[in-house]
Design a protein around this ligand. Structure first.
Ligand code: 6PG
Length: 231
């Protein structure tokens, strides 16, 4: 595993460069295979990058987009990652992309896994580009420290797992660790001095302590990950 850091003087500059980098990868995948897959994270960090990405000149009709993880809420809920993605990414040119939602009407993500996994047959596997965020506790996607489903989600051969975060709100559905690390392009998108320090701590931690940092467990299995960071 090695990390290539890309540091920017502003979040706006980061958003532009990350969007350009993702667009380049998607175009290459389309040129090689006629289709491209992109998995994006939710949370507060990606909205600006989504807005920069959606106007990129590429054949969005050949792009399949899904989420790295989703909170178990309906798409009109304020906390929905799908809502964030629809409002900020699936607009302008990118409205032509195919979006695969990770929620249905089931009471829990555990009950919904089979149905939602079947939707992902339209997604290139491996997914060409996976954009990860990171929480202040070292979680990434919805691989949360101390979640009862964490070990299963790190070992599963399925694309998706259901996770109950010990502290954060809402049950989650998430790409499993193996389905994330299979991607040839894993990018970590973080901002702020605190997350930079946390990621450096996680990567430097003694191997016995990495359990508490799911981001480390993921990155340990990626040959080269790019980190896009701005204060
Ligand atoms: C989610 C995410 C999650 C996110 C981190 C960082 O649904 O919560 O996809 O993994 O990337 O929690 O979130 P922020 O960008 O809000 O700090």
């Amino acid at each position: 595993m090695s990390l290539q850091w890309h540091e920017f003087s502003s979040k706006e500059a980061l958003d532009q460069q990350l969007a350009a980098s993702i667009a380049t990868e998607l175009k290459q995948a389309i040129a090689q295979r006629g289709t491209a897959g992109l998995a994006v994270s939710g949370g507060r960090t990606p909205a600006g990058m989504f807005k920069a990405l959606r106007t990129n000149d590429l054949d969005w009709s050949k792009v399949v987009i899904t989420l790295v993880d989703e909170r178990w809420v309906q798409p009109d809920h304020a906390d929905s990652n799908e809502r964030l993605t629809r409002e900020n990414l699936l607009q302008d040119a990118a409205a032509a992309a195919t979006f695969v939602s990770l929620v249905n009407q089931a009471a829990t993500p555990h009950e919904a896994l089979a149905e939602i996994e079947a939707r992902l047959t339209v997604m290139p596997n491996p997914i060409d580009v996976v954009i990860l965020g990171m929480g202040d506790d070292g979680h990434t996607a919805s691989l949360f420290p101390n979640a009862s489903e964490l070990e299963a989600a790190c070992a599963s051969t399925a694309l998706l797992a259901a996770v109950t975060p010990p502290v954060a709100p809402h049950q989650r559905i998430t790409l499993t660790l193996p389905s994330i690390v299979k991607s040839p392009k894993v990018i970590v998108h973080i901002t702020g001095e605190g997350k930079k320090a946390l990621l450096k701590d996680a990567m430097a931690a003694d191997i016995a302590l990495t359990e508490q940092y799911p981001i480390r467990r993921v990155l340990d299995q990626v040959a080269l990950a790019n980190v896009f960071w701005a204060a």
